[in-house]
Write a new protein. Sequence first.
Length: 202
Amino acid sequence: MTEEKNEKAEEPQEGASQAGSEVDKSQEGQSGDGGKNGENVESVKAGPETIKEEEKSGDQPRSEETAADLLKDDLDDIKIRRAKGSKNISSGVVNILATFNNTKVTICDQRGNVISWSSAGKCGFRGSRKSTAYAAQVVTQDAGRVAMGHGLREVEVKVRGPGMGRDSAIRSLQALGLNVLSIIDVTPVPHNGCRPPKRRRV
């Protein structure tokens, strides 16, 4: 009797072990499929990232642009022609008046005779645009081209006023190809002279 009971008890254990092995195989199959799917997902996710990394690696660091680089395209198209009544002046003086409302440029020879001049209003700027740095660049180019048509190559720059076009006017002179020998600030400073205008109440 005892032997029959032991045989009956061993039969369910063997069935359970077989069922467990089948479950393990099914789990292994699922894990294998899941691994493949996981690899596909990872490959799909990694695709755009690798493309972005390649694009980033291909980009080159941008160098800072100067006024000469910004004006290069405009200057290449413009040809400076020799003036009819050319004065053959190789060196001169550039007087830049930069106020809060306007920018004026006058180019003279060493004796003070005016060769060319320009202002923001002459170049087509109106209202508040006359006081911008871009207007100062255009004004300086306009006066500089006419002066270079008379043979001007070297200049001394005299700047007067606290306007926004001070620096941009000097840079545009260098971009034109003129050799700037010196830069002098001749802004007048009052020593308790005239009474200043009334301050605004804002």
